[in-house]
Design a protein around this ligand. Structure first.
Ligand code: SF4
Length: 369
């Protein structure tokens, strides 16, 4: 287990934390984009190893958390129809829609199934030619290529009973929206390593030119994150704003070109509404018109469905790094992983679920540094 041992070594981690403390001369607010990175920060207590001047805030990089309420409602609406089998990843079944969730649709007789890949969804469609099989596909640039491949294969095979409710989102436009907000506090980003494995990191140069904020592409183990934080702090203290790559064992400048090619073949960039944040221009991927016969949104005429967020949930501010989960009055009281009010409490990558799991002593409204 080379990477687990090497990148979870306590001595190396403590050495990096000490070096960060030596270099810091003033407070900095840093954001990790990806929910997997948030999970590691909480699980290993990395934020508590940092000097008091470094504040980590948690970004919108959990795909379950940012899938809009309308999209969840669309999946529920489609899954409730006779003759439909809706398949998706397990977390999506627990995300609350406006009135119910997919687990309740299943409990009430709907055919809702959990899969672990789009390939499984294709298999279900091939085995059930008399049912309409809809794959509810969410995620960032990381998962989009495999989903694009599923649609491409379905077209090649002429699989007429397969379609996809696609709600993919893109990281750089979300970072641009955060940085452009008058309420922005973030001074440096840990870039999402998995997304960059697919897309490379050239897209971030444009953000740096526009906003002059350093971005370090980071991995997902404790030593990865501490090293990325050290690289960010070094840039900030030296007055530099560049894109750097800490996650060199996985990420290249150009990324995975075949994956980008299949993405561009099946999907096109569109405006997208993010749960808790609102609309962000050119921040999503929709199925191209050439593949319209596989677009569940068009097939089931759910394009116009709309919904309002619950006023109790402050996930909008959590996902923008403006507040911490423990600042929410519902945290751990009315909102728990067993009874989530908002999506960030559902997924293990959600900031609220990570705080709940690793900081059970924290009470609602206590705030944090
Ligand atoms: S604790 Fe629950 S209600 Fe509060 S922000 Fe998180 S998901 Fe929303």
């Amino acid at each position: 287990m080379k990477y687990l041992d090497e990148y979870r070594d306590g001595t190396i981690a403590r050495g990096l934390a000490a070096e960060i403390a030596r270099r810091v001369t003033r407070p900095w607010v840093l954001m990790e984009i990806c929910g997997g990175q948030t999970h590691t920060l909480m699980r290993f207590g990395i934020d508590e190893m940092l000097p008091p001047g470094i504040e980590m805030v948690h970004g919108p990089g959990c795909p379950v958390c940012v899938t809009s309420l309308e999209t969840i409602d669309k999946a529920i609406e489609i899954a409730s129809r006779p003759g439909v089998t809706l398949v998706s990843y397990g977390d999506m079944l627990r995300v609350p829609g406006s009135r119910t969730d997919l687990f309740h649709v299943r409990a009430n007789g709907g055919d809702v199934r959990i899969v672990y890949s789009p390939t499984e969804a294709l298999k279900i469609a091939r085995a059930n030619p008399l049912r309409q099989v809809v794959f509810f596909a969410v995620g960032f640039e990381t998962t989009a290529p495999a989903n694009a491949m599923a649609v491409w294969l379905a077209k090649r095979e002429g699989l007429a009973n397969f379609s996809m409710l696609a709600s993919h989102v893109l990281v750089p436009p979300a970072m641009s929206a955060l940085l452009g907000s008058p309420r922005n506090r973030v001074q440096g980003f840990i870039g999402p390593g998995h997304v960059c494995t697919v897309m490379g990191y050239h897209e971030y140069e444009q953000l740096i030119r526009k906003f002059r904020v350093p971005i370090v592409v980071g991995g997902f183990e404790p030593v990865d994150l501490l090293e990325a934080i050290l690289m960010l702090v070094t840039q900030l203290e030296q007055g530099r704003a560049e894109v750097e790559n800490q996650y060199v064992r996985s990420v290249s400048y150009a990324g995975n070109l075949p994956a980008q090619k299949i993405l561009a073949e099946v999907f096109e960039v569109c405006d997208r509404k993010w749960r808790g944040i609102g609309g962000i221009p050119e921040s999503g991927l929709n199925i191209r018109a050439e593949y319209a016969e596989f677009d569940a949104d068009r097939i089931f005429h759910t394009e116009k469905l709309s919904a309002e967020e619950s006023p109790d949930c402050i996930s909008a501010e959590v996902l923008q790094g403006l507040k911490k989960p423990v600042d929410c009055t519902a945290f751990g009281v009315r909102c728990t992983p067993e009874n989530p009010l908002g999506a960030p409490m559902v997924s293990s990558e959600g900031a609220c679920a990570a705080y709940y799991r690793y900081r059970r002593h924290a009470v609602a409204g206590s705030g944090s540094r």
